[in-house]
Design a protein around this ligand. Structure first.
Ligand SMILES: [Zn+2]
Length: 316
């Protein structure tokens, strides 16, 4: 059974890779064609490519993660491949899997699995994946979406970056995409334009901040996915978006120190209008992308850790 399941896993990974690479190639070649001006088609095609790339990556880890509502029998066979079975069950399911009878997971579920597998990439990709999720739905379901070139460039950048990252995980072993000269030129210009874009945003925020006549604005916001910090332009309170993660360090055999780190991925100041869309933009504006919020550790652990005294562990 184990050998058979491995064959099926490889089959799924390669089929998904092949289709992902086809969509990627088509989307990028349309994007580079100067005469072509259809943002919706480029964004839609590359969104599908990115979703399939992540699915190919998930298949490499475990195919059972790819499907919604699999029959319980097939889950047992997938998760316990060492069992001895007559195969009577399996042959029917094998045909169903290969003929796509079972529904695969949606993009948001793919992204959730990706964050568990590669939690360190969350800070970098989160703003891009949020944009991708909204653009994908609009590009596929709306008849007259209005995308900016900026949305399109960010989708192209994400597609190339995700491709390279997933390739490095050994997923595209048979079907792969060769990064072209046009792709390389795009990546270079993307970095240059990003620096210029942030410079323009800061200039605009400075102009607006000169019109502010009231005292510095103080903001209070609840939740572990937001954190308030000073705006680098107008010094008012602005809001970072990101994630709070606990850390623990043993300083000796008996003493453990704990704390909280906030990893920021974007920033918004309502006073001067400064908006920074990702980690690279935070850095270009001179902002940090990690913040210590250990002062709130007690509150965090109270919320996320069960009180051991409340757990009934049975009779003594
Ligand atoms: Zn500001």
């Amino acid at each position: 059974m184990e050998g058979y399941l491995e064959k099926l896993r490889v089959h799924l990974q390669r089929e998904l890779s092949k289709n992902a690479v086809d969509y990627l190639q088509n989307g990028l070649s349309l994007y580079h064609r100067k005469s072509f001006r259809g943002n919706q088609v480029v964004i839609g095609t590359l969104s599908i490519a990115i979703e399939l790339m992540i699915k190919a990556l998930i298949a490499k880890y475990h195919p059972v993660l790819l499907f919604k509502d699999l029959p319980i029998e097939i889950k047992v066979l997938f998760i316990c491949p060492q069992i001895v079975t007559t195969g009577a069950h399996w042959r029917r399911f094998d045909i169903d899997i290969r003929s796509s009878t079972f529904k695969m997971i949606e993009l948001d579920e793919c992204i959730s699995i990706f964050y568990v597998l590669f939690s360190k990439k969350k800070q970098l990709y989160q703003p891009y994946f949020k944009l991708l999720a909204s653009c994908r739905n609009v590009s596929i379901h709306a008849s007259m979406p209005s995308f900016q070139n900026y949305d399109q460039d960010r989708t192209v950048y994400l597609a190339l970056d995700v491709y390279q990252f997933i390739k490095d995980q050994g997923v595209f072993d048979v079907y792969s995409y060769g990064i072209t000269k046009a792709d390389k030129a795009f990546l270079e210009s993307y970095d240059t334009e990003r620096a210029e874009r942030v410079r323009r945003k800061i200039e605009a925020a400075k102009r607006k901040s000169k019109e502010i006549t009231h005292e510095e604005c103080l903001v209070s916001i609840e939740g572990w996915e937001h954190f308030v910090t000073k705006c680098p332009v107008c010094n008012s309170d602005g809001v970072l978006e990101g994630n709070t993660e606990p850390w623990m360090e043993a300083t000796s055999e008996y003493v453990e120190e704990t704390g909280l780190t906030f990893s920021a991925n974007s920033f918004k100041c309502d006073e001067c209008g400064l908006v920074l869309d990702d980690v690279a933009e935070l850095s270009l504006a001179g902002m940090k992308d990690t913040y210590d919020r250990s002062a709130e550790a007690d509150k965090y652990f109270e919320e996320y850790q069960p009180d051991l005294e409340d757990i009934d562990i049975g009779p003594d």
